[in-house]
Design a protein around this ligand. Structure first.
Ligand code: NAP
Length: 454
C-alpha cells in the first residue's frame, strides 16, 4: 500500500494499492509493444501531441500545484512555476527533437557514411519526490520525442503525482502505453531493470540509490543515466557584491525548502568579507516565512516527510556536537507538520555532516577560508560534483574559476545554479553520470548507429 501523507498536517490524504508482479509485467509488455509502432511515427506527429501536453499542463497548473502542495509540501507559487517549466521542456523538445537527431554525414572513403540516431525501446525512469513533475518531464519529453516509450517508478510518497502524470500523457493524445506509471516500491525495481523489454534506466535520486540501480543495470549490461545528490559550494570572493550575493545565496538555499539537488549547500567565504557576508546572509535567511504551502503569504513549506526532517535535524545536531555553531535556527519547531526553520551553521570542519554530507533541507553550512585559493580547494573537497557558483565582480576571473577550477557539472557566476531545457544538466563524481536536457539529453537513450555505403 502506498500513502499520500500531507506533510503540513501529517494526515493521510489517499492510499493506493501497489501493483502486483503480474500487473507490472503486463504494463512493461504493453509499453514494449507500443514502442514498435511509436518509433515509426513521424517527428511532426509526436511534436503535435507533445505540444498538446504542454498546453494541458498550462491549463491545469493550479490543480497540479495544489496536488504537490498537499502531497509533498511545495509552496503553491513554486509548484505553478514547476508546471510552467514542464510545459517549456515539452514545447522545447517538440520544436527541437528532429533537428537534434538529424543524420550526421561524415566524410570517409565510402560513397556515403553517416550517423543515424535510432530509439532503443522502453526506458525505466526511477524518480524522486522533490520536483515530482519536473524530474519526470525533463526525462520523458526528450525520451518520448525520440521515439522511445517510458515506464515510471516514482518515489513512494508521491503516488498521486505519479498517476496524474500518466493521465496527462493519455489526455494529451499519446497512445495508451507510450508513458506508463508503475506503483511499486524500490525493492521491485531490480526485476523491472532485469526485464528483457526494459532497455535502459534513468535514475534521479540519492547517491546510494544510484549505486544500487547502477550495479543491477551493470549486471545485465543496461545503460543508465544517474542524476544524484550534491553539496554545491558557493564561493564568496572579496570583491563580490555582498548584499546581492547574500540574497541569491539565500534564495538558492531555501527554494523548495532546501530540498533540491542543486541547492546552494556550502557557502565558502573569504576571510576579509566573512562577517559582512554573514550579516547580510543571516538577514536574508530570516526573511523566509514558513508555513502552509497553500497560503499565499508562505515562502517556505514543510519538508516532504517527517522522517526526512528528523534525519536533517540529526545531521545538524551531529555537526554541532562536533563543534559547529548555530547562527540561526537549528531547532525543530513546536508545531504540527514536517517543518524545519532556515538554519545557518558556522565553524564548519571536515568530519562534520555539514561539511561531508548533503544537507537536504534549509540548512546552510558557512565555511570561513583564508583566500580564493583555499576557497577553491574547499569547494572541491567533496565526493559530490553537481553544481557550484562563484560570486565576484571580476567576471573574467569568475569565468575561469567556473570553467577550469571547480569540479562540477554545472558552474554559475554570480547566480544560483538552475536547470534549463537548453543547457545540459548533470554531475560528475558521486553526483552521477550522463546528461539530461539540451541536445545531450535526447541522445542518451539512442543508438548512435553508423551506416556506411560502399
Ligand atoms: P531516494 O531515496 O534515492 O529516492 C529516489 C527514487 O529512487 C525513489 O523513487 C525511490 O523509491 C528510489 N529508490 C531508492 N532506493 C532505491 C534502491 N535501492 N533501488 C531502486 N530504487 C530506489 O531519493 P529522494 O529522497 O527521493 O530524493 C532526494 C535525493 O535525490 C537527494 O540526494 C537529491 O540530491 C537527489 N536528486 C538529484 C537530482 C539531480 O538531478 N542530480 C535531482 C533531484 C534530486 P522509494 O521512494 O520507493 O524509496
Amino acid at each position: 500500500m502506498m500513502k499520500s501523507i500531507n506533510p503540513t498536517t501529517g494526515e493521510t490524504i489517499n492510499s493506493f494499492e501497489t501493483y502486483s508482479e503480474k500487473g507490472v509485467e503486463k504494463i512493461i509488455n504493453a509499453a514494449d509493444k507500443c514502442w514498435h509502432s511509436w518509433q515509426k511515427t513521424s517527428f511532426s506527429h509526436r511534436s503535435q501531441i507533445m505540444q498538446n501536453l504542454a498546453s494541458l499542463l498550462k491549463s491545469k497548473k493550479e490543480k497540479l500545484a495544489h496536488l504537490m502542495a498537499i502531497e509533498m509540501g511545495k509552496v503553491k507559487k513554486e509548484g505553478i512555476a514547476e508546471i510552467e517549466k514542464c510545459a517549456w521542456v515539452c514545447d522545447y523538445y517538440a520544436q527541437n527533437a528532429e533537428s537534434f537527431l538529424e543524420n550526421e554525414l561524415i566524410k570517409t572513403e565510402a560513397k556515403k557514411s553517416f550517423v543515424s540516431y535510432q530509439p532503443i525501446g522502453t526506458i525505466l525512469a526511477v524518480m524522486p519526490w522533490n520536483f515530482p513533475f519536473w524530474q519526470v518531464f525533463r526525462f520523458a519529453a526528450p525520451t518520448i520525442m525520440a521515439g522511445n516509450t517510458a515506464v515510471l517508478k516514482h518515489a513512494s510518497n508521491v503516488p498521486g503525482c505519479a498517476l496524474e502524470i500518466e493521465d496527462l500523457f493519455r489526455e494529451a493524445g499519446f497512445p495508451e502505453n507510450v508513458f506508463r506509471t508503475l506503483l511499486i516500491g524500490s525493492r521491485q525495481v531490480e526485476n523491472v531493470i532485469k526485464h528483457p523489454a526494459i532497455k535502459a534506466v534513468s535514475l534521479t535520486g540519492s547517491t546510494p540509490a544510484g549505486k544500487s540501480v547502477a550495479s543491477i543495470a551493470g549486471s545485465v549490461l543496461k545503460k543508465c543515466v544517474l542524476e544524484l545528490g550534491g553539496s554545491d559550494p558557493y564561493l564568496i570572493l572579496k570583491d563580490a557584491n555582498l548584499e546581492e550575493a547574500a540574497k541569491i545565496c539565500a534564495t538558492g538555499r531555501l527554494l523548495n525548502a532546501g530540498q533540491s539537488c542543486i541547492a546552494a549547500k556550502r557557502f565558502i567565504v573569504v576571510d576579509e568579507v566573512y562577517f559582512e557576508f554573514l550579516e547580510h546572509f543571516t538577514h536574508e535567511m530570516n526573511e523566509a516565512h514558513f508555513g502552509d504551502p497553500c497560503d499565499p503569504e508562505t515562502t517556505m513549506g514543510p519538508l516532504a516527510r517527517e522522517d526526512l526532517r528528523n534525519e536533517l535535524h540529526n545531521q545538524v545536531v551531529d555537526s554541532v556536537n562536533k563543534g559547529a555553531e548555530v547562527v540561526i535556527g537549528g531547532e525543530i519547531p513546536n508545531r504540527k507538520g514536517a517543518f524545519y526553520p532556515p538554519t545557518i551553521l558556522e565553524n564548519i570542519q571536515p568530519g562534520m555532516p555539514a561539511y561531508d554530507e548533503e544537507l537536504f533541507g534549509p540548512v546552510a553550512a558557512v565555511i570561513r577560508v583564508k583566500d580564493e585559493k583555499e576557497a577553491i580547494k574547499v569547494a572541491n573537497d567533496t565526493g559530490f560534483g553537481l553544481g557550484a557558483a562563484v560570486f565576484t565582480a571580476d567576471i573574467k576571473k569568475g569565468e575561469n574559476i567556473a570553467e577550469i577550477q571547480l569540479e562540477a557539472g554545472c558552474c554559475f557566476v554570480n547566480d544560483f545554479v538552475k536547470s534549463d531545457p537548453r543547457l545540459p544538466f548533470g554531475g560528475i563524481k558521486e553526483s552521477g553520470y550522463g546528461r539530461e536536457l539540451s541536445s545531450f539529453g535526447i541522445k542518451e537513450f539512442m543508438n548512435a548507429k553508423t551506416v556506411v555505403v560502399k
